[in-house]
Design a protein around this ligand. Structure first.
Ligand code: SAM
Length: 279
């Protein structure tokens, strides 16, 4: 399916980015589109009213959030069936980025209507570019799972990744998350981007180890940017030779096998087989 966004009169769902703090961080085009559409879908109509009133935007607002998104999708599609153009905004930043929108976007596409981005603020890029960490490649993780075991599993799965990691975190969980990141990833550069674009914006550039002794302010919003892995291994090395190399570097056999499994993201039994049985 090819969407030619501006070459026909198909009903459009505009995905409009709004500020992540500073009220002026909205584009001219975003304001224009919000004034033109037939209705605006808002994550929280009360929150959005502050922004919309500021820009003198007075439109029909439709509440669209995580708890009503399934029922609302039908109503929204019926409006588009009538030829209405709509805009989706969230409480802050870009809709869909850890905010409601994904399922609706899928439905709108399925129904053959256009989905058009009106780009702007998102905490991901602002945190990344001020972090001083390698900018590309980077991986956006979003929020880590709340459940301890799943959270650790997810962090573990990024252990070997060389790209910078960008994580959203609630202020109340930042401290614990830094502890988990340190325990699993070891010591690395980490940047805490707090209250971006707001009066109390604070960028703390430190290391995971040092971050454990920081007094973390539990107010405000945080993005955690973590440097990627610097531990690489020679890809041409066989699993067996990799274990031998680590033993020669002074590790005992069991630790060497564990390290190879971790570095290569394979199971310990696969390492055992390659080292002891097949070798
Ligand atoms: N859609 C938003 C975006 O495009 O960035 C993200 C919404 S998500 C529900 C909220 C999370 O984004 C916060 O918990 C925080 O991790 C991050 N965030 C949003 N605004 C921020 C800001 N001004 N400073 C730091 N982090 C922010």
């Amino acid at each position: 399916m090819i969407q030619r966004s501006f070459q026909d009169e198909h009903p459009k769902l505009y995905i409009v980015s709004t500020p992540i703090g500073h009220l002026k961080d909205i584009t001219y085009r975003a304001v224009e589109i919000l004034k033109e559409v037939d209705a605006i879908l808002c994550e929280d109509t009360r929150t959005s009213k502050t922004l919309l009133n500021h820009y003198d935007i007075h439109k029909q607002l439709i509440s669209f959030h995580d708890h009503n998104k399934t029922e609302k999708a039908q109503e929204i599609l019926s409006l588009m069936d009538e030829g209405k153009h709509l805009a989706l905004i969230s409480d802050a930043g870009t809709p869909g980025i850890n905010d409601p929108g994904y399922e609706l976007i899928q439905e709108v596409i399925k129904h053959g209507y256009h989905v058009v981005a009106i780009p702007g603020a998102s905490a991901i890029l602002s945190a990344l570019v001020v972090s001083g960490c390698l900018i590309q490649p980077f991986t956006f993780i979003g929020f880590l799972p709340r459940k301890n075991s799943s959270k650790k599993e997810v962090i573990e799965s990024y252990h070997q990744r060389v790209e910078t990691l960008v994580i959203y975190e609630s202020p109340l969980r930042v401290k614990k998350t830094l502890e988990d990141l340190f325990a699993i990833l070891g010591d690395r550069a980490v940047v805490l981007a707090r209250e971006l674009t707001k009066i109390f914006e604070t960028i703390t550039r430190t290391t995971l180890k040092e971050s454990l002794s920081l007094d973390i302010d539990t107010r405000g919003e945080y993005v955690i940017v973590v440097e990627g892995s610097k531990e690489t291994y020679d890809l041409s090395l066989s699993i067996k030779d990799h274990v031998i190399q680590l033993i020669e570097e002074g590790n005992d056999e069991k630790d060497a096998m564990k390290m190879v499994a971790k570095k290569r993201q394979i199971t310990k039994s696969d390492v055992y087989k390659a080292y002891k049985i097949n070798g």
